[in-house]
Design a protein around this ligand. Structure first.
Ligand code: 5GP
Ligand code: ZN
Length: 105
């Protein structure tokens, strides 16, 4: 499997891990744009929002719940944070494995 984020989720490639459960992996962005900048990814490879299917609806709902829990764990739930999902090259997506950026200053 050549997908970088699949490799990170499988721990074939090193990352600064923040959280893991059976469905998701959360790690620090290698090039943080804000004080807190983590990436939340489903372990199952979905290329982007454009590649979402009906069967992914529950997973993506839980992805947002995980983002909320990460914000709490990282201590920014009350002060506020930004979630960003880039889709396609024109939307700024570089890694073709669905991910949510959680960012806070
Ligand atoms: P995108 O632009 O696809 O939405 O976001 C990809 C993000 O992945 C970028 O913010 C980039 O810094 C981060 N990134 C790229 N390669 C690696 C890596 O090997 N490790 C980690 N931790 N982050 C990465
Ligand atoms: Zn992948």
């Amino acid at each position: 499997m050549s997908c970088l984020f699949c490799q990170i989720a499988n721990k074939e490639k090193e990352s600064d891990e923040v959280f893991e459960d059976d469905q998701f992996f959360v790690f620090k962005d290698i090039n943080p744009k804000t004080r807190i900048h983590v990436l939340i990814i489903p372990k199952r490879h979905i290329e982007s929002v454009n590649h979402m299917d009906e069967e992914d609806v529950e997973l993506v709902g839980t992805l947002f719940l995980t983002a909320k829990r990460m914000a709490e764990q990282l201590g920014v739930a009350d002060s506020g944070y930004r979630l960003e999902i880039n889709v396609g090259r024109g939307g700024g997506q570089i890694i073709d494995h669905l991910h949510v950026h959680l960012m806070a200053d």
